[in-house]
Design a protein around this ligand. Structure first.
Ligand code: NAD
Length: 263
């Protein structure tokens, strides 16, 4: 808590990417894990940050603990009405958006044969339709203002097969192609890129592990460890900054070597 208070006082002091200062940033799924760390990183870079999340309790906790956060808006990214309302609230507060980090996502471990149509629809709705809805609202505003950056959280699961996550994998492969398509439609006005984390130690991931499972998974990763959410946040900060001014339509793995090839 005290550490967060201090970070709030030092808002804007990281200053790795000075051009980010004052930028209006939306992070979806920002009340936990990668999204939380990303919201925190952009606050420290001196941005004005809004978090969209559907989990009211986690959102309240985020508002209390993430010093410097300007807005926390309850919204389900898979609902067109809720996404439109959230952007309308954002317009009132910030007058628009410069950077969208479309990150909210869910996963359910299940054998393909046991996946019901409702599970399939739910995972695809949050992970893919949610990216479509949020990108569309952000892009309208960015096209009007003549610039912007859209970044999406895909996954290494969208790049190669992983058993027991057929719906999740399909949704993330969709995110990668959605990214490339938007990059082409919006070039050179809006840069659009996706980030594909491998294993990141977040609440989503921890919930699925016993300590033995964690050890087993670590053995499979060339770096022998999971990523920290802050490492993914650092990639988002770079991609949002002018240092990445010629990068668009890319999907960048951040996976400790997981997709580099066979060990
Ligand atoms: P997390 O569960 O810690 O956080 C996800 C956040 O998204 C939560 O706050 C949750 O309330 C919110 N959310 C879920 N559904 C939502 C909806 N419909 N509308 C709005 N908010 C919603 O998960 P995380 O590990 O930080 O994952 C973040 C993103 O990273 C996801 O897209 C996930 O697929 C992706 N990812 C995670 C890993 C990993 O190892 N953790 C690896 C690759 C990709």
């Amino acid at each position: 808590m005290y550490a967060n208070f201090l970070k709030g006082l030092f808002r804007g002091v990281i200053d790795v990417y000075p051009d980010l200062k004052g930028k209006r940033v939306v992070v979806t799924g920002g009340a936990s894990g990668i999204g939380f760390a990303t919201a925190e990183r952009f606050i420290l870079e001196g941005c004005r940050v809004a978090v969209f999340d559907r989990d009211e309790e986690a959102l309240e906790h985020t508002k209390r603990t993430l010093s410097g956060l300007e807005l926390g808006i309850k919204a389900d990214v898979s609902s067109e009405a809720e996404v439109e309302r959230a952007f309308a609230v954002l317009d009132q507060a910030f007058g628009g958006v410069d950077i969208l980090i479309s990150n909210a996502g869910i996963s359910v471990r299940n054998k393909f044969i046991n996946i019901g149509a409702s599970q399939w629809d739910k995972v695809l709705s949050v992970n893919l339709k949610g990216m479509f809805l949020c990108s569309r609202e952000a892009a309208k505003r960015m096209l009007d203002q003549g610039k912007g950056v859209i970044l999406m959280t895909a996954s290494t699961n969208g790049m190669e097969g992983h058993p027991l996550y057929a719906d999740y994998n399909a949704s993330k492969a969709g995110v990668i192609l959605l990214t490339k398509t938007l990059a082409l439609e919006f070039a050179p006005i809006i840069r659009v890129n996706s980030v594909s984390p491998g294993y990141v130690l977040t609440p989503m991931q921890k919930a699925e592990y016993t300590p033995e499972m964690l050890e087993e998974v670590n053995k499979k990763i060339p770096f022998k460890r999971h990523a920290q959410p802050e490492e993914v946040a650092a990639l988002f900060a770079f991609l949002a900054s002018s240092e990445a001014s010629y990068i668009t339509g890319a999907n960048i793995p951040i996976d400790g070597g997981e997709t580099a090839g066979l060990v």
